[in-house]
Design a protein around this ligand. Structure first.
Ligand SMILES: N[C@@H](CCC(=O)N[C@@H](CS)C(=O)NCC(=O)O)C(=O)O
Length: 221
């Protein structure tokens, strides 16, 4: 297969990156098969050809594309005969609001809950790098972040209120079927769900049902 996705991995093989999940859902949406290449935080050399140091990196034939949004735009442009990731231009514009909300509100809220869980589950060779970069990002030690985990879990519930209310009345963020808006929000919560040492959502939460519907749409589990 001539399509590879460099995909962040934990020590046990769990692929947990929210940005990589977005691209996996977008590839499924476009009916495109790919090979998932496990990648560790410190394996910068493996993705050097992309000209930057983060995943996802998609190698599609001769094309090397990085950054989840740029990859989504690339897939939309390159595979126009498959189902659209965004819908018409006004729908795409609204989707960009969802992406900004996800990155400025939801990602930080999930990160505050799971960052220490992630630290414990990544490969030993990644841990020192992860600690240094994340402590600089949060301006606090991992131990201080962990002390605030209970409050962070509560704050996450508050951040999720608009999503929970929306999903009480419609099947997907994009309406009757999922698109990039669903992919972006799902992926943030999938990262949390896969890495959190405690459940993020109650068993009867409408958000969990929606996550199952997203996966089922693409035959994933
Ligand atoms: N804006 C980028 C963000 C990608 C990103 O932050 N990826 C993280 C994994 S979730 C990463 O590769 N981090 C490497 C590092 O921190 O060194 C996108 O949308 O793809």
């Amino acid at each position: 297969m001539n399509r590879q996705l460099y995909d962040l991995t934990a020590a046990d093989g769990t692929r947990f990156s929210p940005y990589c999940w977005r691209v996996k859902l977008a590839l499924a949406h476009k009916n495109l098969k790919y090979e998932s290449i496990p990648w560790h935080f410190t394996e910068k050399g493996a993705i050097a050809a992309s000209g930057q140091e983060k995943v996802p990196v998609l190698q599609d034939g001769a094309n090397i594309v990085s950054d989840s949004q740029i990859i989504a735009d690339y897939l939309e442009r390159t595979y126009p005969n498959e189902e659209s990731l965004f819908g018409d231009p006004p729908a795409r514009a609204l989707t960009m609001f969802v992406k900004e909300w996800a990155e400025t509100v939801l990602h930080p809220a999930v990160a505050r809950v799971v960052v220490v869980d992630v630290y414990r589950r990544i490969a030993p060779q990644d841990q020192a790098y992860f600690r240094t970069t994340r402590e600089a990002m949060f301006k606090r030690s991992l131990e201080e972040i962990e002390a605030g985990r209970g409050a962070a879990l509560e704050a996450l519930q508050t951040a999720l209120r608009p999503l929970r209310r929306l999903l009480g009345g419609q099947r997907f963020i994009a309406g009757e079927s999922p698109n990039w808006a669903d992919h972006v929000v799902f992926s943030a919560l999938q990262w949390g769900r896969l890495m959190s040492s405690t459940p993020l959502l109650a068993e009867n939460d409408a958000i969990l049902d929606w996550m199952s519907r997203v996966l089922a749409t693409y035959g994933l589990d």
